[in-house]
Design a protein. Structure first.
Length: 150
């Protein structure tokens, strides 16, 4: 019987990566981020009004959260989104400004949680939470290569 492999040593994240970090992202919604552009091969989407698509809103929220942790990861580390819990409360037409405020609220091992609020000059556009995981980019790509096969 062979010995089990030694437990993987969990890398310690930078001490500066801690709850309370914040970032703000100001964004002008282009026409290409509206619902008809989300999946143009779907007539379901192309028939809908030209307002910011929820799918693109999620990406903008993720971007704001990534900005929160700029400068707080080691070389070779990145983060990937692993969970989104957002409302989408008001429409945002093309050309409209959108502001996203994100705060890092929880750091548990390699898992990060953010509270987010997006708004324009008249309404809350969305609010909720987003979680990301810190990954080693080289190890992740190697794992992905194994999954994709030769």
């Amino acid at each position: 019987m062979t010995d089990p492999p030694p437990p993987r040593k969990e890398k310690v994240l930078r001490p500066s990566l801690r709850p309370g970090l914040i970032a703000r992202l100001d964004y002008i919604v282009p026409a290409e981020r509206t619902v008809p552009y989300l999946l143009p091969e779907s007539s379901h989407f192309t028939a809908l009004p030209a307002v910011l698509a929820t799918g693109y809103l999620v990406g903008i929220v993720e971007w704001a959260c990534m900005r929160v942790i700029d400068g707080h990861l080691d070389d070779g580390e990145q983060t990937l989104g692993v969970h989104v819990d957002l409302s989408h409360e008001a429409p945002t037409p093309p050309g409209s400004p959108l502001t996203v405020e994100a705060e890092l609220t929880v750091v548990e091992g390699r898992h990060l949680a953010f509270t987010v609020h997006a708004f324009d000059d008249t309404a809350t556009i969305c609010q909720g939470t987003h979680r990301r995981a810190v990954i080693d980019a080289v190890r992740f790509r190697a794992r992905l290569d194994r999954r994709n096969g030769p």
